[in-house]
Design a protein around this ligand. Structure first.
Ligand code: FES
Ligand code: FES
Length: 153
C-alpha cells in the first residue's frame, strides 16, 4: 500500500511524514511521533481518551485519519503545560484529585480545555455536557467536574 506525504504541526512542532491512508490520527501521533500522552480506550469514538484539538476544534483522534490532518494544527495533552509549569486546569485536576488511574485524564483535560476556551464561565450543566463524551471508570466524575468548576471564571 502506498504512503502519503503529510505535514502536521503538533504542539507547535512541524512534522513531515509518510503515512498509510488508513492510519488513524491517534496511531500517527502515538506511534510515528512518539507522543503517547493521548490514550486509546476504545478505537470506536466512545471513550474520549484520544481527544485532541485539531485546528481549534475538539476531536476524537481515533475517528480521524492522519491524512485528514495534513496541513492541520494539532494540540495534544503534551502541549498544555509550559515546560514544568502546568496550566491552571492541570493544577486543579491535581488539587481536586480528579484522577485515579489517569487513563481518561488526557482526554478529559483536552475536552475541558476546549470548553474553557470557548466558554470561560461554564455552568455545571455545561461542564457535564462538554465532558459527556469522555468516560471515566474510576472517579465517579464528581472531582473532575469540581476541578473544571474551580478554574471556570
Ligand atoms: S479511543 Fe478514541 S474515543 Fe475511545
Ligand atoms: S481516572 Fe481512571 S478512567 Fe478516569
Amino acid at each position: 500500500m502506498s504512503d502519503h506525504p503529510i505535514t502536521v504541526t503538533v504542539n507547535g512542532v512541524e512534522y513531515e511524514r509518510q503515512v498509510e491512508a488508513r492510519k488513524l490520527l491517534i496511531h500517527f501521533v502515538r506511534d510515528d511521533l512518539d507522543l503517547t500522552g493521548s490514550h486509546i480506550g476504545c478505537d470506536t469514538g466512545n471513550c474520549g481518551a484520544c481527544s485532541m484539538i485539531v485546528n481549534g476544534t475538539l476531536v476524537k483522534s481515533c475517528m480521524m485519519l492522519a491524512v485528514q490532518a495534513d496541513g492541520a494544527t494539532v494540540e495534544t495533552v503534551e502541549g498544555l503545560a509550559d515546560g514544568e509549569e502546568l496550566t491552571p486546569l492541570q493544577k486543579s485536576f491535581s488539587e481536586h484529585h480528579a484522577l485515579q488511574c489517569g487513563y481518561c485524564t488526557p482526554g478529559m483535560l483536552m475536552s475541558a480545555t476546549a470548553l474553557l476556551r470557548e466558554n470561560p464561565s461554564p455552568s455545571e450543566d455545561e461542564i457535564k455536557k462538554a465532558l459527556q463524551g469522555n468516560l471515566c471508570r474510576c472517579t465517579g466524575y464528581w472531582n473532575i467536574f469540581e476541578a473544571v468548576k474551580a478554574v471556570a471564571r
